[in-house]
Ligand binder design. Sequence first.
Ligand code: FAD
Ligand code: NAP
Length: 535
Amino acid sequence: MGISGQRSSVDAVVVGAGFAGLYALHKLRSQGLSVRVFEAAPEIGGTWYYNRYPGARCDVESVDYCYSFDPALEQEWDWSEKYAAQGEILRYMNWVADRLGLRDGITFDTRVTAAVLDEENLRWTVTTDTGEVVVARFCVMATGPLSAALTPDFPGLDGFAGELYHTAHWPHEAVDFTGKRVAVIGTGSSGIQSIPVIAEQAERLYVFQRTPNYSVPAGNRPLTDEDRAQIKATYAERRRLSWRSGGGSPHIAHPKLTMEVTPEERRAAFEKRWELGGVLFSKTFSDQMIDPAANEEARKFYEEKVRAVIDDPEIAELLIPNDHPIGTKRICTDTNYFETFNKSHVKLISVRETPIVSIDADGINTSDAHYDVDAIVLATGFDAMTGALAKIDIVGRGNRSLRDDWAGGPRTYLGLGVDGFPNLFLVSGPGAPAVLANMVLHAEAHVNWIADAITYLDDHGHTAIEATADAVDNWGVELRQRAEATLFPKADSWYTGANVPGKPRGFMLFIGGFGAYLDICADVAAAGYKGFRLI
Ligand code: FAD
Ligand code: NAP
C-alpha cells in the first residue's frame, strides 16, 4: 500500500486502530462491508500503544475495561491484576486482533491527512500522508479523545541537553533513571501514576505541580483463580449492570442521598468506595457531583485520608486541592502517590507559587530557583476531545471544514454526527459521555449504533445519514444545561478545553450518565433516526 496516486474504493474508512477502530473494523466487516483502517502508529493499540510510561495502567477494573461483544473473549482471557498495566492491555488488544483476524484490514504507519466530501455523489475522498487516496461511502473517525499529546511552550525547551520524555510518547526501549536527577512536570493521572515508580529509581526527583489533583489509591492487587472464576461465572450480570450504569462499570451508587443518611452511614459508604479504589469515589452517592454540601462531605473524608499518609503538613497543604470540587476533574487512581512525598529525595515544587520561567540546557528555571536535572518527563496531558480531529482536513458540504465549523467549540448531535458532514461518524468524541464512561463499552456502543444506522440506510434505500442543524444546536443546549446543573463546570479541566491555551471553553461531554445516554441514542434510532436527515 501507500503507492502515490493509487485510488481505491471501499464502503467504509475507519481512522484509528485503538479499542474503537478495532471493533469498528470487526463489526462493519461482519456486516459485509468492505473496510480500510488507517493507523498512524506502526501497531494497534492507540492509547495503550503510546502511553507506556512507568506505572501506566487502567483506572477502570480490567475485567470491565475489555470487550463485551463476544462472551468467548471474556471467558478465554485471564486478567492478572485488578488494574492491568499498559503492557498487558496491549497484549490483550493484540490477542483480540489475531483472534478476529483484523490485521489485514489495517494499514499502519499511515496518517489520514484529509477527508473531503464529494457532495454530488455523497462519497468521502480520504487522503493519507503516504499518498494513498481512498473513496469511501462512510468515514468512521476513531481517532481517540486523548491521542493528541500536549507539550507546553516552555521557553528554551528545545535547548535542554538531557533526556526529554512525554508520558504519551514513551520510548519502547527501557528507560533507566537510576542515579539520575529527574523532573516530572504535571500531576494529572499520568504524572500521578508515574511519579512513585520513577521515584523508586531516580537519585533525585523534582515534581513540578501546578494544580493539585484528587487521587484515590487504586487498591490494585493480583487477581486469584477464584476471583477470575467468580467474575467469569457472573459476567453477564456484571455487563448488564455496566450498560445501565452512570459510568460503564457495575458499581451502583448508595441508594440514598448524601445528607439523607446518618454521619456513620455516610462514612461507611465513603470508606467502602475508598476500599474499592480510584475514580469511582466520585460516584459514592448519586448527588455528590450535583449538591455542593454532598460534595463537601466527600471532600472532607478525602482530605482526612490523604493528610493521614503525608508526613509533612506543609507538603500536605500543597498536595490537597482547594480550587475545585472533588470529582470535577477525573479523580486520579494511584499506588503510593502521596507516600512518595515522604521520601527525602523527592521534592515538590508548586509552580503556582513559583512558575516555570524557562528551560535551559541544564534544567528548569522557576521564578526563584534553578533545578539541574538529567531528564525531564512531561506529564502535561492532551489536546483532548478535538485535538486529533483538528489535525485532519475534514471538508463537508459547501467546502466547509470541520475545523472552522468547530472554531467556537465542537458541535455534534449525540456525539455521533455533525450537520454538513453526511456519513461521517465520530466515535467517543465530543458530545458523548466518552471519557466519563468505561471507554471500551462506550466504543462498542457507538460502533453498534453506527453499524445499525448503516443497516437501516441500506434496508430503506437511503444513501446517507446526516444530522440536522437543529438537532446539533439542540444537543449543544442540552449538553450545556445538563453540565450547568452539576458542579463540573467549576473546574478548569480538559473536559472544558481549559488546559489548552486559546481553546474555546465549554463542557464537551454528555454528563447525564452512560445508561441514560444509550437510552437517548436508542430512542433516536427507534424513531427512524429522529434529528438526522436520511438521504
Ligand atoms: P485511541 O486509543 O486514542 O486510538 C486512536 C488511534 O487513532 C491512535 O492509535 C492514533 O494513532 C490514531 N489516529 C489519530 N489520528 C489519526 C490520523 N489522522 N490518521 C491515522 N491514525 C490516527 N479510559 C477508560 O475508560 N479507562 C481507563 O482506565 C483509561 N485509562 C487511560 C490511560 C491513559 C494513559 C490514557 C491516555 C487514557 C486512558 N483512558 C482510559 C482513555 C482511553 O483513551 C480510552 O479508554 C481508549 O483507549 C480510547 O480508545 P480509542 O480507540 O477511542 O482511541
Ligand atoms: P492532565 O490530566 O491534563 O494533566 C496534565 C498535567 O500537566 C496537569 O497537572 C497540568 O496542570 C500540568 N500542566 C500542563 N501544562 C502545564 C504547564 N504549562 N506548566 C505546568 N504544568 C502544566 O493529563 P494526563 O495526566 O495525561 O491525563 C489525561 C487523562 O487521560 C486523564 O484525566 C484520564 O482520563 C486519562 N488517563 C488515565 C490514566 C489512568 O489512570 N488509567 C492515566 C493517565 C491518563 P494544570 O492542572 O494546572 O493544568
